[in-house]
Design a protein around this ligand. Structure first.
Ligand code: ADP
Ligand code: MG
Length: 243
C-alpha cells in the first residue's frame, strides 16, 4: 500500500532523510520512533506530499507521489493525517469541522457529509458534542474529533504524528483506545509515537530512526522488544531510556 524507495530529503544543505526505504502492506500498523530531530515527522509528511523529496520514490496505492503530474489533493484525500496539535478549525463547530473537507475535496452533498461525519463522531464517542466549538472541548476530545474528521474522508491509510504527546496524561488513553480500535479493524496505519504500550499491543512492525534521518531498524515488534541483543547499540540505548 505504501512503498518508499531510497528516499532522501534536504532542507537547504541539511540532510533530514538519508536513503530511507520501507513498505507497508494493507492492514499493517507500523510504529515509528526515535530521538527528537531524527526526521520522523518529515518522513511521515512525505507520504502525503506535505513535504517534497529530492531523491527516491514514494508510492501510495500505486500512485507515484514523487511524480509532479500526480493530483496531490486527490491523493491526500485517501491518506488521513492526524497531527500532534489537533489543527481543528477553531471558528467552525465540530460538525462543520467534520464536513468541510468532504464537501470541498470529495464533492459530497452537505447531507451526505453530515451523515458520514456524525457516524465517525459517534464511533469516537463524541456525538453529544457535535454542536460545540473546538475550544469547548478537552485536548483528548479535540484529538478524537481530528481522528473522526480524517476517517470521514474514507482514507485507505491513516498517518499519525505523535497524536498523544501534547495531551495531559489522563487523556492519552482515550485517544489510544480509538487508535487501537482502528488497528483491530484492519486499518493500515503509520504512527509516530513513543507510546510503547500501544506499539506492543498493535504494531506489526517498528521502525527506529536515528539522528541524521536514517532508518536504523525496521523489524517485527517481537524482534524490536524481545531481542535487544540483536538491535543496534543506538536502539538499545533509546529503549533503555523510554521503557
Ligand atoms: P522529528 O519529528 O523526529 O523530531 P523532524 O522531522 O521534525 O524530526 O525534523 C528533523 C530535522 O529537520 C530537525 O533537525 C529539524 O530541526 C529539521 N527541520 C524540520 N523542519 C524543517 C524546516 N521546515 N526547515 C529546516 N529544517 C527543518
Ligand atoms: Mg516530530
Amino acid at each position: 500500500m505504501i512503498e518508499m524507495k531510497n528516499v532522501s530529503k534536504w532542507y537547504g544543505s541539511f540532510q533530514v532523510l538519508n536513503d530511507c526505504s520501507t513498505s507497508i502492506s494493507k492492514g499493517e500498523v507500523v510504529v515509528v520512533c526515535g530521538p527528537s530531530g531524527s526526521g520522523k515527522s518529515t518522513l511521515i509528511k512525505t507520504i502525503n506530499a506535505l513535504e517534497p523529496i529530492q531523491k527516491g520514490e514514494i508510492w501510495v496505492n500505486g500512485t507515484a507521489i514523487h511524480d509532479p503530474k500526480t493530483d496531490l489533493p486527490k491523493l491526500r484525500s485517501t491518506v488521513g493525517m492526524v497531527f500532534q496539535h489537533f489543527e481543528l478549525f477553531p471558528h467552525l463547530s465540530v460538525t462543520e469541522n467534520l464536513t468541510i473537507a468532504q464537501i470541498k475535496v470529495l464533492g459530497r452533498s452537505a447531507d451526505d457529509a453530515k451523515a458520514r461525519g456524525l457516524k465517525m463522531l459517534d464511533r469516537v464517542g463524541l456525538m453529544a458534542h457535535k454542536d460545540k466549538f473546538p475550544g469547548q472541548l478537552s485536548g483528548g476530545q479535540q484529538q478524537r474529533v481530528a481522528i473522526a474528521r480524517a476517517l470521514s474522508m474514507d482514507p485507505s491509510v491513516m498517518l499519525f504524528d505523535e497524536p498523544t504527546s501534547a495531551l495531559d496524561p489522563e487523556m492519552v488513553g482515550e485517544v489510544l483506545d480509538v487508535m487501537i480500535g482502528l488497528a483491530h479493524e484492519g486499518m493500515t496505519m503509520m504512527c509516530v509515537t513513543h507510546e510503547m504500550g500501544f506499539a506492543k499491543k498493535v504494531a506489526s512492525r517498528v521502525i527506529f530512526m536515528d539522528v541524521g534521518g536514517k532508518i536504523l531498524e525496521d523489524c517485527s515488534k517481537e524482534d524490536f522488544f524481545g531481542n535487544p541483543d540483536a538491535r543496534q547499540p543506538r536502539t538499545k540505548d533509546f529503549l533503555g531510556k523510554i521503557l
